[in-house]
Design a protein around this ligand. Structure first.
Ligand code: FAD
Length: 373
């Protein structure tokens, strides 16, 4: 029989296989995600729906993203792609006025424009709706002032989805979302210094100083930016999790390979049950997070994914990615300090913070369970 065996415990579909190979090629060719990287990624057809802010066929999308996540050991670049597609294109596809959507969405989808999702600030992280970046109304549109912190793609992006408040005391009721082009007077970005692979996400601060934009730059309704934020973040949390499931699968494959070849005490270390038990744990996490992801992407496709659904998927996948990459790191002994091992772990660690911390996901789930007001 040629091709993958659908009965094999680690079966991978042809789309998964293509995604995995592409992920490896992209990681080998690029250090950080730039325009050429985005255009190369956009050539992979199964990614077309998500790059246009949609879900597409749920199974094909899941396989393509998990495959990419497995093949690409550079989680920073995947985060760049995810913020661009799942949050920025997602917000533009659903809420942009027709003119903005027609102008920007095809260019975001082809990778000729890079997008960044600028919500959090130095003093407004988990409590993002406490943001202080302000918008004021002018005769022709709006003026923005403030500073966004920890923004993926900050130093590469051509367009920013910027969230700003009319009055900080209004919290979520005062927020609006705007599309701001980098070339607009008053927009500057500075790189954040981040160690390891997560630093390849072009993280940085975005400063807006008397940035004048027209009325057509508004995304969604005025003061309904929290709705735009929620839609984008639900999509981002679920779809970014696919890269983490891929990272668990990579940890599994690397661990199996190492355990079968590394000899200690006269036998492959795989024959020691502490080692094989760890590998079974990684497999258990891979198999269960994949099922949960399938559920989440299915709900996204139906348009019924809730914030609690997204938080559950993100919480489970990021925590499982940390544990699994830590297990793989242990199994590799001193070799774990070589780049691939330590970067998988660092990427997984960054996932318990970006797109909302694990604690925040628990806060959202607890509220859905009626445990908090
Ligand atoms: C790699 C990376 C990429 C990012 N990309 C983007 C981006 O593209 N766009 C964007 O807008 N932001 C981005 N962020 C910012 C990210 O969303 C925030 O870092 C995150 O929401 C946490 O905010 P904070 O760092 O200010 O931590 P804090 O909010 O200060 O949290 C500190 C600690 O307190 C805990 N905590 C806070 N509030 C509660 C609570 N109510 N209950 C329980 N525990 C709580 C947190 O869980 C955490 O452990 C990125 C961050 C990283 C690390």
């Amino acid at each position: 029989m040629s091709g993958p065996d659908p009965d094999a415990i680690l079966y991978e579909s042809p789309i998964h296989d293509q995604g995995r190979k592409l992920g490896g090629e992209l990681a080998a060719a690029f250090g950080a995600a730039d325009h050429v990287f985005f255009r190369e990624a956009a050539r992979f057809e199964p990614l077309a729906p998500v790059l246009s802010g949609a879900v597409g066929d749920p199974d094909a999308t899941m396989d393509a993203l998990v495959g990419l996540g497995e093949g690409c050991p550079n989680g920073g670049m995947l985060l760049s792609l995810g913020a661009h597609a799942f949050a920025v294109a997602g917000a533009v596809a659903k809420f942009a006025p027709d003119g903005m959507r027609a102008t920007f969405l095809p260019r975001l989808a082809s990778g000729s424009l890079i997008g960044a999702f600028a919500a959090t600030e130095a003093k407004a992280g988990s409590d993002v709706m406490a943001m202080e970046t302000r918008y004021g109304e002018t005769r022709n549109g709006y003026v923005l002032n403030g500073e966004k912190a920890w923004i993926t793609n900050a130093t590469q992006a051509d367009v920013f989805v910027v969230f700003a408040t009319k009055d900080v005391r209004l919290h979520s009721r005062g927020i609006s979302a705007f599309l701001v082009e980098r070339a607009t007077a008053g927009v500057t970005a500075a790189a954040a210094q981040v160690q390891g692979s997560p630093g390849n996400a072009s993280l940085g601060t975005v400063t807006l100083k008397d940035v004048h934009i027209g009325r057509e730059a508004l995304i969604g309704r005025l003061n309904a930016g929290a709705q735009v934020f929620r839609h984008a973040i639900v999509q981002e949390r679920i779809l970014l999790s696919a890269f983490l499931v891929g990272s668990i699968r990579r940890a599994l494959r690397r661990s199996i390979e190492h355990a079968q070849t590394r000899q200690q005490f006269g036998a492959p270390i795989a024959s020691h049950q502490y080692v094989s038990g760890r590998i079974v744990d990684i497999y258990r996490r891979y198999a269960t997070t994949r099922l949960l992801l399938q559920y989440g992407i299915g709900r996204l496709d139906l348009g019924s994914a809730t914030e609690a659904d997204a938080s559950l998927v993100k919480l489970q996948c990021s925590e499982a990615a940390v544990e699994s990459n830590l297990d793989a790191f242990r199994i590799h002994g001193a070799k774990g300090f070589e780049t691939a091992g330590s970067e998988g772990l660092l990427d997984a660690l960054s996932s318990v913070t970006y797109s909302g911390t694990s604690d925040l996901q628990k806060v959202i789930i607890a509220a859905a369970l009626g445990l908090q007001p």
